[in-house]
Design a protein around this ligand. Structure first.
Ligand code: HEC
Length: 101
């Protein structure tokens, strides 16, 4: 069990491009809130918006546009408001580093 967790952590930190473990767990924790609708690690089920491999700058711009109401949305304007710019930047790095399936 311990060994499994260790291997998972190694795989995850490789995927994350060598960021600190604390940043990674913070990012995974934040990203988990998006998984219901955008899939695990941002790999959406068919027909959904994929966040895996989403370009970092576009992610930040899109979330800012949802937040300000500049981009019309059914849900995301409310969700985006729940996150600080720093949290959005953390998620941007995380999702950009996820492999598209
Ligand atoms: C309850 C479902 C739901 C959750 C949870 C959710 N989203 Fe969304 N997301 C949507 C929907 C629906 C859209 C399409 C825009 C709209 O109508 O709000 C969308 C669109 C997006 C887009 C734009 C995609 C594109 O390519 O245009 C981004 C980026 C995004 N979401 C990020 C996130 C992030 C980051 C989280 C977690 C913090 C999250 N979403 C959580 C439902 C959700």
């Amino acid at each position: 069990m311990k060994r499994h967790l260790f291997m998972a952590a190694v795989a995850a930190s490789l995927a994350f491009g060598g960021a600190h473990a604390t940043d990674l767990s913070k990012a995974r924790y934040l990203a988990a809130a998006c998984a219901n609708c955008h899939g695990t690690n941002g790999n959406a089920v068919e027909g959904g918006f994929n966040l895996a491999g989403y370009p970092k700058d576009r992610f930040i711009d899109t979330m800012a546009a949802f937040k300000s109401g500049q981009r019309p949305a059914t849900l995301m304007h409310q969700i985006a408001k729940g996150y600080t710019d720093e949290q959005i930047a953390t998620m941007a790095v995380y999702f950009a580093a996820q492999k598209k399936r």
